[in-house]
Design a protein around this ligand. Structure first.
Ligand SMILES: [Fe+2]
Length: 203
């Protein structure tokens, strides 16, 4: 399922951008609507990410438990703040942020995080893939809103600085002294977890 396949409800215009009655002074309304559409996608990604990080916080077991368990809570808090700033930007731009779980599941283009209780290194391997997806989409969003709204672009750049640092924290557990990352090349979270579990560079 893709976002474009599921964004055809009556509250959306032809190109998937929402109907808005006003936007930021000095901005064209259709540009505002495009930015709002992009921000809703960031909100979906951030909400999914902070819930997934908490799920991992609860489910990690084994060596390095306390380090990984405690590393994740500040990431949860920070990503929740990012979600709040994105949602409030949508409101400031004349849109209506949607934060309900059903909407998120219907709109997202990725599957639910699929790993339950597992070793720290396996979860970190899977989180490497999660962060890769979120960060790549953030880069694309920065590119597309940059032409329309430098204020939103600036906010997304700030978020990316932290997201890319959090990704490094995760990846550093998966890396050996030669710079090889155990989860590299994996195409799914399960595969990334398996590779990380087999190579165990971080332990
Ligand atoms: Fe906790």
């Amino acid at each position: 399922m893709t976002i474009s396949e599921t964004s055809k409800d009556s509250s959306t215009a032809l190109d998937g951008a929402p109907e808005i009655a006003y936007t930021i002074p000095g901005m064209a309304q259709d540009a505002g609507a495009q930015v709002v559409k992009n921000l809703q996608e960031r909100l979906n990604a951030l909400t999914d990410l902070h819930l997934t990080l908490k799920h991992v916080h609860w489910n990690v077991v084994g060596p390095n438990f306390i380090g990984v368990h405690e590393m994740l809570d500040p990431q949860v808090d920070s990503v929740r703040e990012m979600a709040d700033s994105v949602a409030e930007r949508i409101s400031a731009m004349g849109g209506s942020p949607v934060g309900t779980p059903g909407h998120l599941v219907a709109q997202r283009s990725w599957d639910d995080y699929s790993i339950g209780r597992a070793g720290t290194i396996e979860h970190l391997g899977a989180l490497d893939l999660v962060y890769q997806g979120v960060i790549a989409d953030y880069r694309a969003a920065i590119e597309s809103v940059g032409e329309l709204d430098p204020i939103t672009e600036d906010m997304l750049i700030d978020h990316s600085t932290d997201l890319e640092q959090f990704h490094w924290f995760v990846r550093a557990h998966l890396e050996n002294a030669g710079g090889e990352v155990s989860s590299s090349g994996a195409k799914s979270e399960v595969q990334a977890a398996k590779q990380a579990g087999e190579k165990r560079f971080g332990e």
